[in-house]
Design a binder for this molecule. Structure first.
Ligand SMILES: [Zn+2]
Length: 143
């Protein structure tokens, strides 16, 4: 009599039916089925969670712009002077990343007390908004 080897517990067993049996018992057959099911499902679940994590995380562009602005300010001569105040002004304006021209203008103005604020309107007297480095506040000045 030929003995079969169980595909699950690897013990040898005598087939009880004429057709080929892969497992020694129904217990091994169902255990093997569940084990296979678990193995097949795990990678799929991981892939889905990986995708949703990517979708949930903020756009990479935002970080790029922020680090670019920060390094640009850091390279400027008086970077330390404006690090507290002006950096937050620049980085809060995420929709409008600082261009090469903006940074050049910034460098020219760093030695001055008043820095122009481009994302604010002029006041009722037609004066332009400036950031006062001394008081760290907004002031309106006639150009
Ligand atoms: Zn078995």
């Amino acid at each position: 009599m030929k003995l079969y080897t169980c595909n699950y517990c690897y013990s040898e067993f005598e087939p009880t039916r004429r057709r080929v049996q892969k497992y020694c018992s129904n217990t091994c057959r169902s255990k093997a089925y569940h084990a296979r099911k678990t193995i097949t499902n795990t990678p799929t679940t991981q892939t889905n969670s990986a995708i949703s994590t990517t979708l949930d995380s903020p756009p990479v562009e935002t970080n790029k712009i922020e680090s670019m602005s920060t390094s640009g300010v850091g390279n400027a001569a008086a970077g330390a002077l404006i690090a507290d105040g002006l950096k937050s002004l620049i980085t809060s304006n995420k929709n409008k990343p600082a261009t090469k021209g903006d940074l050049d203008d910034l460098k020219l103005l760093l030695t001055n007390r008043y820095l122009p604020i481009n994302n604010m309107q002029q006041d009722q007297y037609g004066r332009s908004p400036f950031y006062d480095v001394e008081t760290r506040g907004v002031v309106y000045l006639k150009l």
